[in-house]
Design a protein around this ligand. Structure first.
Ligand SMILES: Nc1ncnc2c1ncn2[C@@H]1O[C@H](COP(=O)(O)OP(=O)(O)O)[C@@H](O)[C@H]1O
Ligand SMILES: [Mg+2]
Length: 379
């Protein structure tokens, strides 16, 4: 498969931005996942360099020094890989807003979509409102709320503000009230965030990798395969299965091409695209589904900022579709550029017009004008 938008026509000045917070917390339950992002940035940088682009890899931290570097460098595009700031996944959504303040186009989803994907209860409310299937759920912010939860077992308890399987292990799957309470307490006290309690769907786990905006495409769907170790255990992709490569959990989970009949495949893709749209995601990402016994795909997770490591699922499935890593990297750049050009024509952020009613009084030369305009007003 070739990239829809073709090849970036000229050599560009790019910055790859990643979080640099694997050592920000003493006992970080998501450390391995955070470490991975810099490796992804380096791999993408190498790939884009082979295509002749001028590429700089930049770390983003809460001291915001990266903003100074971006301001002076003014890359033509930022490849935004940040998944957290200072060891907190909730920092992920701040980064696109800061890039917009600087007036810099960037790859991937905007702040609102990233924020919703990490507020899983809100995301599920939106899915429901849009008529998209997702397992029944409740959210618990304090233990006292648990008494009112009335869902049928088995259930899975997940942190409501994390991704990368952070906080998920076999004890997350519960089949009675005592186990449920233990799992909820663990999320509240060790991850310091609400617990999402969700109906456990025992069926097949299918991932839909999404690529591009106009047209939007699905790369080949993948399915998680669980080895015999899982015969007596919950079939879930736990944190260990995802990040501890030597663990039996990891060794006995594999992802391979999903062999689905055409109708089910189409249902999965339709459901995934609808979920991606409902949250306002764009450019690329992955929607995770579980299929019920009667063949209904249920959305369990929306990943607008999915792992782009060359050996992770997204790049592997792109490769199966004939899109090598360097070509994938360049396509993601092109997709973001095309989309941001169209966005500029449609007056996306900054939202003021460039002339006429609503125009900023003083347009900034380089930065997004709206804020400079306000400063001028105050003076
Ligand atoms: N409702 C569910 N039913 C069955 N398994 C689930 C459900 N929700 C999550 N899982 C399992 O837990 C894993 C991680 O959950 P997910 O919601 O994808 O969180 P994360 O955002 O951390 O990836 C999934 O890959 C899946 O194996
Ligand atoms: Mg997931």
């Amino acid at each position: 498969m070739r990239a829809s938008s073709g090849i970036v026509p000229r050599l560009m000045n790019l910055v790859l931005l990643h979080n640099d917070d694997a050592n920000a917390l003493e006992n970080d339950p998501g450390r391995e996942a955070r470490e991975d992002v810099e490796r992804v940035a380096l791999a993408l940088a190498a790939a884009l360099t082979t295509r002749g682009h001028r590429v700089r890899v930049l770390a983003a931290g809460a001291n915001l020094t990266f903003l100074g570097a971006l301001k002076s460098e003014r890359p033509e595009l930022v490849v935004n890989l940040c998944e957290s700031l200072e060891g907190d996944a909730r920092g992920e959504m701040l980064v696109p807003s800061l890039l917009e303040l600087l007036g810099l186009p960037y790859t991937g989803s905007p702040a609102l979509a990233l924020g919703l994907a990490l507020h899983k209860d809100r995301a599920k409310q939106i899915l429901r409102g849009a008529g998209i299937s997702t397992p029944g759920f409740a959210v618990v912010e304090q233990l006292a709320d648990l008494a009112a939860v009335d869902l049928e077992f088995p259930l899975i308890v997940k942190p409501a503000r994390e991704d990368a399987s952070t906080g998920i292990d076999f004890e997350s799957v519960v089949s009675d009230r005592a186990q449920l309470e233990r799992a909820v307490v663990r999320v509240l006290t060790t991850l310091h965030q609400p617990a999402l309690i969700e109906q456990y769907i025992a069926g097949r786990e299918i991932y839909v990798p999404i690529f591009g905006n106009a047209p939007r495409r699905a790369l080949p769907l993948t399915e998680i395969e669980y080895g015999p170790y899982y015969d007596e255990r919950p079939r879930i992709v736990s944190y260990k299965a995802k990040w501890e490569l030597e663990s039996i959990e990891c060794i006995q989970t594999n992802s391979g091409p999903a062999l689905l009949d055409r109708e089910l495949e189409e249902r999965c893709i339709r459901t995934a695209f609808a979920a991606f749209d409902a949250l306002g995601c764009r450019d690329y990402g992955r929607v995770d589904l579980r299929v019920t016994a009667d063949g209904r795909p249920m959305v369990i997770d929306i990943n607008p900022n999915c792992d782009l490591h060359p050996e992770a699922g997204y790049a592997r499935t792109a490769r199966n579709a004939g899109l090598g890593y360097a070509e994938l990297a360049e396509s993601l750049v092109q997709i973001a550029l095309d989309r941001s050009r169209i966005g500029a024509l449609n007056h996306e952020y900054p939202s003021h017009s460039t002339f006429g009613p609503g125009a900023a009084l003083v347009a900034a030369e380089s930065d997004a004008g709206v804020h400079a305009g306000r400063d001028q007003l105050r003076a």
